[in-house]
Write a protein that binds this ligand. Structure first.
Ligand SMILES: Cc1cc2nc3c(=O)[nH]c(=O)nc-3n(C[C@H](O)[C@H](O)[C@H](O)COP(=O)(O)OP(=O)(O)OC[C@H]3O[C@@H](n4cnc5c(N)ncnc54)[C@H](O)[C@@H]3O)c2cc1C
Length: 480
């Protein structure tokens, strides 16, 4: 019997676990995939929004602004990349300019610091690559860029260090009232008992809540497709360049990433499930066309990867975070669409408040470890620092991923993190091996061998990413 069980280990579930880890509670996280952050958290624009977009008075407005204010300190303590680069919403005509003024007013009401409306000249001084068709812009200095999966992993790692149990490959297929508390049934037939449960299953939250009773909202998932461009063109723009938002999304953006690439996207295409993460020729062509309206010089020839993520949109224009009336102790955390990433740390705090109101006693631990050790990142070190780390551990001197200069030592560190990866892409999301121009074409087989050696598992059991995506199925030649 756990005090609290969190369903889903995306950025929302990780943030709730990180907050819950501060208290004297037994906490478990159940995640259906083989790693943290495998849902929408790994495929989005990676922007920590300033908070001018949500309507004043909504949960989204409150949690976005609070989450944004929390991220910088967290990134230092939990060792994940975050840069406060600011954002611009471009106006191309009078209607857009009116929208820019509306967003400015909204932002002021929501408590967003430092907003300014810029003239076209001021825009071009900041961002020379922006189109000459720009007639003004809203500038939000508090917006930032982050590595979303690293943010989720860091919170999850911190939670695990503080005693939270993470159970991967644990899909919840049933929820019912137990004799005491709530009974969760897993796909393999096992059951888990918990006094309180939080449903943070992203696009699948409707499905999980409907295991209890019909949810009072409907899901309207929508897919967004992206280009990720090579670091050679990562400085095309220096801040996040948005267009005016519409009913279906925040428009196509052009932005640097926290790792130095350029990201361009997304479109908004209705889909029926969380699994529809393929890209389409039409979707990508639309993204190209729209992006060139903002930044005509974007060099799509430098594309190294396309990907898509699915938004957890519902018919309600807000996050839905509430105790489910039909099952006391069960908190639904649904409709966590954009700005869900920006809001996640504050969602964690808010869910703890709801759990306390629902009767969970929160007594702070005397020994909460609030920071993670800083990892070695060889490419960021000076020659003298490199020599020092290599003298202590020669594996830091052996470069495995040449595009990103990631060493064997960094891969081994990732494989011994509090929640270790078990796939090649899991290693990529932790230390960056395979993130570069060749996308793992050269280093993938070496990473494969290192995972097998470090975790002591046969290569046939190591997937590229999700369970079942195996690369090697068996040996074709054996000795003798
Ligand atoms: C195109 C796009 C662009 C976006 N851009 C931004 C942005 O720039 N800034 C921003 O703030 N937000 C952005 N967002 C929103 C943000 O990405 C999401 O709000 C956030 O990632 C949601 O995280 P989550 O943890 O709620 O969901 P997820 O990351 O989807 O996590 C849910 C987890 O639950 C697991 N799960 C599902 N069903 C079960 C089950 N039955 N049992 C156990 N586990 C289960 C899944 O495997 C998954 O790991 C964007 C979203 C999209 C799609």
């Amino acid at each position: 019997m756990y005090d609290l069980t969190i369903l889903g280990a995306g950025v929302s579930g990780a943030a709730i676990a990180w907050q819950a880890a501060r208290y004297q509670l037994s906490v478990c996280v159940l995640e259906k995939e083989n790693d943290i952050a495998c849902g929408t958290t790994k495929a989005n624009s990676a922007i920590i929004h300033a908070g001018y977009d949500p309507l004043p008075g909504t949960l989204m407005a409150k949690l976005n602004v609070r989450g944004n204010a929390m991220v910088e300190d967290m990134s230092q303590k939990l060792d994940f990349p975050f840069k406060r680069v600011g954002s611009l919403i471009l106006a191309f005509n009078d209607d857009n300019l009116r929208m820019v003024h509306t967003l400015y007013e909204r932002g002021v009401q929501n408590g967003v610091p430092g907003l300014q409306i810029l003239s076209p000249q001021e825009v071009w001084e900041r961002e020379p690559a922006v189109t000459r068709d720009c007639v003004g812009a809203l500038y939000a200095p508090s917006a930032g860029i982050v590595m979303p999966w690293r943010m989720a992993q860091s919170m999850a790692d911190c939670a695990a260090l503080n005693g939270v149990e993470f159970r991967l490959n644990a899909e919840v297929t049933g929820v019912s009232r137990g004799e005491e508390g709530i009974t969760l049934t897993l796909q393999n037939g096992e059951t888990v008992q918990s006094r309180y449960v939080v449903n943070a299953t992203g696009v699948d939250a409707w499905h999980v809540r409907s295991m209890i009773a019909p949810p009072p909202y409907t899901m309207k998932p929508s897919r967004g497709e992206y280009f990720l461009l090579d670091k050679a063109v990562g400085d095309t723009v220096h801040s996040v360049i948005f267009q005016c938002p519409t009913e279906v999304g925040k428009g196509v953006l052009v932005s640097p990433t926290a790792d130095g690439n350029l990201i361009v996207g997304p479109n908004a295409e209705p889909v029926s499930s969380s699994q529809e993460t393929g890209t389409t020729a039409e979707g990508l062509a639309f993204v190209q066309r729209m992006a060139r309206l903002s930044v005509p010089s974007v060099s799509f020839r430098d594309n190294i990867r396309n990907f898509a993520g699915v938004r957890a949109n519902t018919n309600i224009d807000d996050f839905i975070i509430e105790e489910v009336p039909e099952l006391s102790g069960f908190i639904d955390c649904a409709g966590i669409k954009s700005p869900g990433l920006s809001s996640a740390p504050a969602i964690g705090e808010y869910v703890m408040e709801l759990l306390e109101k629902a009767g969970l006693t929160l007594t702070e631990k005397e020994t909460f470890i609030d920071s993670l050790p800083h990892r070695v990142r060889v490419r960021e070190l000076s020659p003298a620092q490199r020599a020092e780390v290599i003298a202590k551990n020669p594996l830091y001197g052996r470069v495995i991923c040449r595009c990103e200069t990631i060493t064997e030592g960094e891969i081994v560190d990732a494989l011994h993190s509090p929640i270790p990866p078990c796939s090649i892409d899991g290693v990529k999301r932790r230390c960056g091996a395979g993130m570069g121009r060749c996308q793992g074409g050269f280093c993938g087989p070496r990473v494969h061998e290192i995972i097998a050696r470090e975790l002591g598992i046969p290569m046939q059991q190591i997937p590229q990413d999700r369970k079942g995506m195996y690369i090697i199925t068996g040996e074709t030649k054996t000795e003798g």
